[in-house]
Ligand binder design. Structure first.
Ligand code: ATP
Ligand code: ZN
Length: 291
């Protein structure tokens, strides 16, 4: 029999060690979830939220979640699509960004995917590459290898590779060039199909916190001094959450203006604010944004 306690707990699978581990732990911390004991174990309990953590290899996370051994997981979208398990993507997490790309030897002419016709492609992502080839109507041979894919062309094993790229320096060191991005990835939150109501409510609380953290990261709090005769022009430049806060300064004829700016148009707006007469501009990171 399942006790009440077990029913209202979420078991979260995260990567034990590797590129996603630290950011996964950081995100939990930013969501106000404290995890007590070390990572050298298989499991850990959060002390202030009903979550239990399982530390696993990233490749195994979709299977554990499909089977309901874990209820939710943080894992790369690339792994979710490659493993093709019955899990649902709930939320993008904003870290672990990378791309899955075709790469060929530097002297090759790759103008589009037709280059791959009748060629050999080495990859650890046979499912995603297979789908890509099918979509493009291309016949090619896929060689599945599990690691060091980038050496395959150099040793005559393949004509092209398809692998994860972030800076491209590994490709460069192996005499390869990135030819085409076939999949853009980041870490995502996945869930199993059979969550009970209490677990779904816990997940909703967790997702709400994650969204607040993500929004805060994309926005900055801005404070500036504005001459009153330029206030309208300056306020017009600031989108804010509702409208900016305006407070009189001790110096006659000046006001302090507070608002929130999105990172995307940040520098653009700062330049316009300066041109409109704003002074003493302070930009402050936002920790959480609840809207
Ligand atoms: P594990 O031991 O858990 O199987 P791994 O060696 O398969 O680890 P990592 O290299 O730690 O995996 O990468 C984990 C995930 O991080 C990738 O699946 C991908 O989603 C993401 N990632 C982000 N940037 C990169 C990158 N530059 N190269 C590889 N993966 C990246
Ligand atoms: Zn892995």
């Amino acid at each position: 029999m399942i006790t009440n306690n077990e029913q209202s707990k979420l078991r979260l699978a995260i990567q034990k060690s590797g590129r996603l581990h630290d950011d996964s732990m950081r995100l939990l911390k930013e969501c106000g979830i404290d995890v007590s004991n070390g990572v050298n174990k298989l499991k850990a309990e959060a002390t202030n939220f009903p979550i239990e953590l399982f530390f696993l290899r990233d490749d195994d996370i979709p299977q554990y979640v499909e089977d309901g051994v874990a209820d939710i997981g943080f894992v790369g979208e690339n792994v979710v699509f490659e493993k093709n398990k019955k899990v649902n993507i709930v939320e993008k997490l904003g870290f672990g960004k990378c791309r899955l790309s075709m790469a060929v030897q530097r002297n090759e002419q790759y103008s589009d995917a037709s280059f791959l016709q009748n060629k050999k492609i080495a990859t650890s992502y046979p499912v995603i590459v297979g789908n890509f080839l099918k979509e493009k109507g291309i016949d090619a041979e896929i060689h599945e290898i599990s690691g060091s894919v980038e050496i395959a062309p150099g040793i005559g094993l393949a004509d092209a590779i398809c692998d994860l790229v972030s800076s491209g320096s590994t490709l460069f060191m192996n005499g390869l060039k990135e030819a085409e991005v076939i999949f853009e990835s980041q870490a995502v939150l996945i869930k199993q199909n059979g969550l009970n109501l209490a677990q779904q409510q816990l997940l909703d609380r967790l997702v709400f916190r994650i969204q607040s953290v993500k929004k805060a990261k994309n926005n900055k709090y801005i404070l500036l001094n504005a001459p009153n005769n330029q206030l309208d022009a300056i306020i017009n430049l600031l989108p804010g959450m509702k409208s900016p806060t305006v407070l009189p300064l001790a110096t006659e004829g000046w006001s302090s203006v507070h608002s929130v700016l999105n990172e995307n148009d940040f520098w653009n707006i700062i330049e316009q604010l300066k041109a409109a007469g704003a002074e003493g501009i302070l930009v402050v990171p936002i920790e959480k944004m609840i809207i």
